[in-house]
Design a protein around this ligand. Structure first.
Ligand code: ATP
Ligand code: MG
Length: 395
């Protein structure tokens, strides 16, 4: 029979035991563990040193006074300074004078705001006073009770130069488009006026009347292209001004559709009106958006015979949607269709256009603090909608 367990007795027994030295075997195990821990630390230090030294990115370590205490070879090669020249200095000493604040911001985010890491694109001056653009990523770390900053430099000068050249080319292109489109507009206005005179002078039964109608159609197309190009250069230069007034969006859609219906006899443009709904906005510009969407809906649904327009309200916004039953747009292209001059590959071969309508429309809607949305299924059709705030805070 086992004796009942007595806890007090047991505790006393242990306390009474004489203090004996740690057996030899246990001491050996402890020694082994110590050696292994030290080895692991040593190994990770070696790894860290190797990564730091061998990295193809420039690396530096700074102390809590922000002084550089260590740099790797890649950084000395990038900057043209020797390790000795860099050690003991502050990075702000070689920051590009126009970008010193970037470096101060980086330091503030890390040291004062205690962000774990921070990244920024900025630049420094190399020893030969050339500019080096770099993506800088910094982290803060603790070692032996002290705090340090570890920074990685990635040379992005080539990308920055490319972006600068591209911006310059784009600016030149916009300037060219602006000059050409304005120059084309003047003679076109004269041709349009002459054609209108001819239209009045020639009897509708005469053979020539058909020619006049045809040239009228092409004049209108040309005029639209030129106006779109002028709009693009205005948008790029930030020169689109809105003439804000209040108007009934319901009546506005009806008027817009009735004028478009005459030029699109192939499709019935349906709209089920709602109660009068007043919004503030630039009626001319909003009309331009709706015309673009309806023109697209007709153009990209050559086998269909209807287009549906709807008006609704949703969370303080009026929403105008245009639905077609046409070729649709593949998911992978949806994100691009609002980019200027973008046209979906296949469609661009079969349908005329510059790829500007949706770009201009999206800029106009954005100016009204509105939103755009699209749902589409290839071979089934597309619904594009835009919404405008019912209460506008526009200047
Ligand atoms: P533009 O409007 O300048 O005359 P565009 O119609 O080609 O030319 P956008 O209106 O900006 O230009 O449209 C961009 C592209 O998006 C079009 O080329 C077309 O590929 C696609 N797209 C636009 N609307 C539709 C639609 N309703 N159905 C199918 N594809 C569309
Ligand atoms: Mg279009």
């Amino acid at each position: 029979m086992t004796k009942p367990h007595n806890k007090d007795q047991e505790t006393k027994k242990i306390d009474d035991l004489p203090l004996t030295p740690i057996p030899e075997k246990a001491a050996k195990v402890i020694e082994e563990i110590k050696t292994r821990v030290l080895k692991t630390i040593e190994n990770s230090e070696t790894k860290f040193k190797t990564i730091f030294e061998q990295s193809t990115f420039g690396n530096k370590i700074i102390d809590a006074d922000l002084k550089i205490i260590k740099v790797n070879r890649a950084l000395t090669e990038l900057l043209g300074y020797s390790a000795e020249e860099l050690q003991g200095t502050l990075i702000t000493d070689i920051a590009h004078p126009d970008y010193v604040n970037d470096w101060k911001e980086l330091q503030r985010k890390l040291w004062a705001d205690k962000n774990a890491s921070f990244s920024i694109d900025t630049c420094v001056l190399m020893k030969d006073q050339e500019t080096l653009w770099c993506r800088v990523t910094s982290i803060i770390f603790e070692d032996a009770g002290a705090t340090f900053g570890y920074t990685i430099f990635e040379d992005i000068t080539e990308r920055k130069n490319y972006e600068r050249i591209r911006a310059e080319v784009d600016a030149k292109k916009d300037e060219f488009i602006s000059i050409v489109s304005h120059e084309l507009r003047t003679p076109l206005t004269t041709i349009k006026a002459i054609n209108q005179l001819l239209e009045k002078a020639v009897n509708k039964d005469q053979t020539y009347y058909g020619f006049i109608e045809k040239s009228n159609y092409h004049i209108v197309r040309l005029e639209k292209l030129i106006l779109d190009l002028i709009d693009v250069t205005k948008i790029q230069a930030g020169n689109v001004d809105l003439n804000i007034s209040s108007f009934d969006v319901n009546a506005f859609i009806k008027t817009c559709i009735s004028s478009l219906q005459t030029i699109h006899p192939t499709h019935k443009i349906r709209f089920e009106g709602t109660l009068p709904l007043t919004i503030m906005g630039d009626q001319f510009r909003i009309e331009q958006v709706l015309i673009n969407l309806i023109n697209n809906a007709v153009k990209y649904s050559p086998s269909a015979n209807k287009v549906e327009v709807s008006l609704s309200t949703e969370g303080g916004y009026v929403k105008i949607a245009v639905q077609d039953y046409g070729i649709g747009i593949a998911k992978k292209n949806l994100n691009n269709i609002f980019n200027r001059f973008y046209r979906v590959g296949q469609a661009s071969h079969h349908f005329q256009g510059l790829g500007l309508g949706l770009y201009i429309a999206s800029e106009i809607v954005a100016k009204h603090e509105g939103k755009f949305g699209i749902e589409s299924k290839p071979a089934h059709g597309t619904t594009i909608w835009f919404s405008l705030p019912m209460v506008q805070h526009l200047n």
